[in-house]
Design a protein around this ligand. Structure first.
Ligand code: NAG
Ligand code: NAG
Ligand code: NAG
Ligand code: NAG
Ligand code: NAG
Ligand code: NAG
Ligand code: NAG
Ligand code: NAG
Ligand code: NAG
Ligand code: NAG
Length: 539
């Protein structure tokens, strides 16, 4: 989505004047790109020399067997804890095992199973005695290249400009910069990002495939029109259904993602305060913190660089290069320059999380759709980010699906969990800009990593005949069960269960509490940020 961090580098440029130095390299920071397939080479559909599988025949036996239901039947939940084929780099002064930098990339980290979100005895396995009736999946796209205008490419431009004019002399741990090239694309999924969504689809079929037996029509899954969003949805479905049949097995609804178009999966496009200095509040807060936490790195690295000023914003760009190069190229020389990385959490809290007054307003449209699905009641007034054309049709927005799958973005998942009052994720309040608090409860690695997945399980407890209506719901974020005690009426429960009607009433109350028009459209300055913890302007 939009260039969250670009303001950081803009600051860096402001600090740079002509710095003296020896002309060592005019190569550093040069960009390189590559296009495949070779120019002019295209596939001819129905090429007699390369007939497709149907034309060739001889497929052999293809029985599929029964559906799996691992979330009900398996003794444990399979953990996602690797990120093949990425290399986890070592970090400065520490062996690779001491500090797991890949899982400190914040929203640029690959998702992994979260151990606990405050319910240590709960498991994503369906609680014994309950029956699984329905599942709602909201997932993020996979690992991508930097968004347009993000710091990494600007860093390359800066380095190249300095190297070819005033000169840059790098030594020691920075020596690699003298021959470093910028190889990243923009916006689109990386090859690893594609595998994340394929794997998510495979995992979802193994856990929840049995629910397909409840469909009397083809499923409708949703995504948005951006390249990486369509790519993510298709890779999920290829993993879920299989590449030979997925195009016949379901309908893919693609909502337009562009400024001015209503979509609950890209709500910032109809929320002006998501596109002005209210939404960039986190960047300003993050810069304060960067100046603190990067001071030591600045001192440590300064002796190895002449001609490249290592301002906090340049160092932040280098940290992002560590993350982006790793998920795109498999490894990065930038990672070993740093010891720790916590600032992204801060940017998220104040720009896309509970600390920003226009955030619940962006998540509330999905909450309206969720209530509509859970109650089989059509939305009649499109008064938030909901697209009336889509939700008013039982073709594009069907009720009663045993499985719902919606693809979205990091900042939308963080907005939706805020709008839903999952307050346990924010239990310890606003994040300070000058130190890491001892009980840091808002951890972006847990909420919005690449391929992050939020699952709602609709259950009957105790298990009853299929005709009885569901009794409970609970929510699972990246394999960890979320306590729902922030929602009015939901009592503490070791399995994270809330009675379904209580939960729906709570969501209806949230729809009343969140002032979409004011929070998204009004012209206000951000009041004392200590008073903003539910993503709403304090009233
Ligand atoms: C580069 O910097 C190192 C360390 O400061 C210094 O020893 C060396 O002479 C410099 N090289 C050039 C070409 O300026
Ligand atoms: C709603 O979605 C439909 C289908 O994608 C699209 O044609 C229409 O422009 C959207 N409406 C708004 C107001 O965004
Ligand atoms: C789009 O959203 C606005 C509110 O932001 C609403 O007034 C309008 O009716 C919606 N349009 C559609 C087609 O949903
Ligand atoms: C969908 O809506 C149409 C028109 O309102 C109706 O004729 C049809 O029966 C509905 N289909 C389902 C599956 O509800
Ligand atoms: C941190 O959390 C623990 C356990 O939840 C609690 O006992 C402790 O008081 C908290 N400390 C602070 C400073 O909030
Ligand atoms: C959401 O959380 C806020 C802050 O704790 C609370 O004031 C509000 O009543 C909650 N709303 C619902 C519907 O649970
Ligand atoms: C939108 O319409 C619904 C149904 O009429 C209503 O409950 C809700 O308060 C409205 N929300 C806004 C932001 O106007
Ligand atoms: C917002 O209000 C301020 C102060 O009243 C004013 O200077 C500014 O022009 C307004 N901005 C917009 C977009 O209306
Ligand atoms: C945003 O900019 C407007 C002027 O366009 C100003 O009035 C307002 O104070 C700024 N808000 C913040 C949070 O910086
Ligand atoms: C906002 O925060 C300030 C300072 O912490 C406090 O004095 C004030 O009462 C708070 N306002 C509200 C509405 O909570």
């Amino acid at each position: 989505m939009f260039a969250t961090y670009s303001a950081l580098l803009a600051l860096a440029f402001a600090h740079i004047s002509a710095v003296g130095g020896t002309q060592v390299s005019s190569f550093a920071g040069a960009t390189s790109t590559f296009l495949f397939p070779p120019a002019g080479k295209t596939i001819t559909v129905s090429d007699p020399l390369f007939p497709d599988a149907n034309q060739v025949g001889f497929a052999g036996p293809t029985p599929t067997g029964d559906e799996a239901a691992a979330i009900v039947t398996a003794p444990a939940v399979a953990q996602v804890d690797t990120f093949f084929p990425l290399i986890n780099p070592g970090t400065s002064g520490k062996p690779s095992t001491a500090f797991d930098v890949v899982h400190h990339f914040g929203n640029l980290a690959p998702w992994r199973s979260v151990k606990s979100l405050g319910l240590p005895d709960a498991s994503a396995l369906v609680p014994s005695g309950c029956q699984l009736d329905q599942v709602h999946l909201l997932h993020r796209h996979g690992a991508r290249y930097p968004t347009t205008g993000a710091p990494p490419s600007a860093f390359a431009t800066l380095l190249h400009a300095l190297a070819s004019t005033t000169g840059v002399n790098v030594t020691g741990p920075l020596t690699f910069l003298s021959t470093w090239e910028y190889k990243l694309g923009a916006e689109n999924l990386t090859p690893f990002g594609r595998s994340q969504l394929f794997d998510l689809g495979v995992g979802f079929r193994v856990k929840y495939g049995d629910l397909l037996k409840g469909f009397s029509d083809l499923p409708v899954f949703r995504t948005t029109s951006e390249g990486r969003m369509v790519d993510s949805a298709l890779h999920f479905s290829a993993g879920f259904f299989g590449v030979q049949t997925y195009q016949q097995d379901y309908h893919q609804l693609i909502e337009i993602e562009a400024l001015g178009f209503n979509s609950t999966l890209a709500p910032y496009d109809v929320c002006p305060n998501a596109n002005n200095n209210i939404s960039t509040f986190g960047t300003a807060q993050g810069l304060k913190w960067a100046a603190v936490y990067l001071a030591a790195a600045q001192t440590r690295l300064a002796p190895y660089s002449t001609g490249l000023p290592l301002s906090p914003s340049v160092l932040v760009a280098m940290q992002q290069l560590c993350a982006y190069e790793t998920v795109a190229l498999g490894y990065s020389m930038f990672c070993d320059l740093f010891t720790e990385d916590e600032w992204i959490d801060l940017v998220f809290w104040y720009s896309f999380g509970p600390g920003n007054p226009a955030v619940s307003a962006q998540g509330i449209g999905y909450v309206q759709e969720l209530v509509s699905r859970l109650t089989s009641t059509r939305i009649t007034t499109a008064n938030t980010t909901v697209n009336e054309t889509i939700v008013s049709s039982n073709v594009t927005f069907p009720f009663g699906q045993p499985i719902y799958v919606d693809a979205t973005h990091d900042v939308v998942i963080s907005a939706i969990v805020t709008a839903m009052n999952f307050t346990s994720l924010a239990a310890n309040g606003p994040l300070p800009t000058d130190h890491i608090p001892p009980n840091h409860s808002y951890i972006v690695n847990n909420i919005a990593p690449f391929a992050s997945n939020l699952v709602g399980q609709v259950l009957s407890c105790p298990a009853t005949s299929a005709s009885a209506s569901s009794t409970h719901i609970r929510w699972i974020l990246n394999d960890a069960v979320i306590p729902l005690t922030g929602i009015r009426g939901c009592k503490a429960n070791s399995n994270g269960l809330c009675p379904l009607t209580t939960f729906i009433d709570g969501m209806k109350q949230r729809i009343q509490e969140v002032d979409f028009m004011f929070d998204c459209f009004a012209n206000y300055t951000i009041p004392n940020p200590d008073n903003i913890t539910t993503g709403q302007f304090p009233k």
